[in-house]
Ligand binder design. Structure first.
Ligand code: MRU
Length: 349
């Protein structure tokens, strides 16, 4: 991949290629899938990850399924069942369900399975393209908001990977960081390594380094020290689901950052496309939080990091209450202090 071509997915019409993010940055391996089963596995096993990217991958998975069922008499019901099943690949990111619902919307519009394949493909491509456009708009809005309050370049801290690898474009939170960098207004992006999958160390550091951004990697536990030393002006993170009251589900470790940010007077910005807003769920305590296998903590590759029988608590996401968030940025605008409901969130859907 060249510098400006970081992408997690390549669509070739009859095949979806998925970059295996589990192997980055050591190896760049692409897997080709020609059916929905393969795409389900790629999402479930985290070859592709990041809320918008898994929604886009699932949309292409529906196209592959439709092509496979085109000759079957029961193509309509099989396709519906495949969409229900794909939605279960990972439970927390609402973008997955959102993208599948958009694809489902095509089902009622045509009677013929051949027309449907063309329509579904156009819809998947639109979902992909619109995500890239949303990324660009959020980058501008988020950077404007950060620079509105300061003279010099900004120091930011980010968590997990919210960049090109997690989306259809330049990224959500990392899109804001990219925009600051383009304007010459990025002093440093501090990157939490993000245990246990190390998306910050393996993916964000890889994306930032290859573009020559001023960046620095830290263990998750160093965030407090960075803030205490005055090295962070804003925490800038993405989201997997934002509920009607402004609560934010994001990668485990986001909630402690929000608590620290409030303690040290640092801004807390959440950047997510409107497809991440779930206004049907009233509050964060109703979000299903994915828990993954304890082996992810006990072992790194073949090396044991902990006794192999120790009990493990391994939630993948946490929920930050709206009251700890200063700003939510979507492509449609900015919601200040979502906890106070000054700007109603549904004005951004
Ligand atoms: O488990 P992951 O790597 O899919 O988690 C990703 C995150 O939590 C991101 O912060 C979120 O999806 C926003 S990405 C634009």
């Amino acid at each position: 991949m060249t510098q400006d071509q970081v992408t997690p997915l390549r669509w070739h019409g009859e095949v979806l290629e998925v970059l295996d993010q589990r192997l980055l940055p050591a190896e760049e391996v692409w897997h080709a899938y020609s059916d929905a089963e393969g795409v389900y596995r790629a999402i479930h096993e985290m070859q592709v990850r990041g809320a918008p990217a898994i929604g886009i991958a699932a949309a292409y998975g529906v196209v592959l399924a439709a092509r496979g069922y085109a000759e079957a008499p029961d193509w309509y019901s099989r396709l519906g069942a495949t969409m229900d099943w794909l939605a279960q690949a990972r439970p927390t990111a609402v973008n997955l369900v959102w993208a599948l619902e958009r694809m489902r919307g095509c089902l009622g519009q045509v009677a013929d399975s051949a027309d449907l394949v063309a329509m579904l493909e156009a819809e998947a491509l639109a979902i992909h393209r619109e995500d890239a456009e949303a990324n660009r708009a959020m980058g501008v809005l988020g950077a404007d908001r950060i620079l509105a309050e300061r003279e010099g370049p900004a120091q930011v801290l980010t968590h997990c990977n919210t960049g090109a690898l997690a989306t259809g474009g330049q990224g959500t939170a990392l899109g804001v960081v990219r925009e600051l960098f383009r304007r010459g207004s990025l002093a440093c992006v501090h990157m939490d390594e993000t245990r246990p999958w190390l998306q910050g160390a393996r993916l964000t550091a890889w994306e930032c380094e290859r573009e020559g951004m001023p960046c620095s990697l830290n263990v998750d536990g160093a965030a407090a020290t960075l803030m205490a030393q005055g090295k962070v002006d804003w925490v800038v993170v993405g989201a997997d689901r934002i509920t009607a009251n402004g609560d934010v589900a994001n990668k485990i470790g986001t909630l402690p950052l929000a608590i620290l940010a409030r303690h040290y007077g640092v801004g807390m910005m959440v950047v997510a496309p409107s497809s991440t807003l779930d206004t049907e769920t009233p509050s964060g305590d109703r979000i299903e939080i994915e828990e993954r296998d304890g082996t992810e903590l006990r072992r790194s590759g073949r090396r044991w990091l902990a006794p192999n029988s120790v009990a493990v608590f391994n939630p993948v996401f946490d929920v930050t209450p709206a009251s700890l968030v200063d700003v939510i940025v979507t492509e449609k605008g900015i919601c200040e202090a979502p906890g106070n409901q000054v700007t109603p969130l549904d004005s951004l859907t």
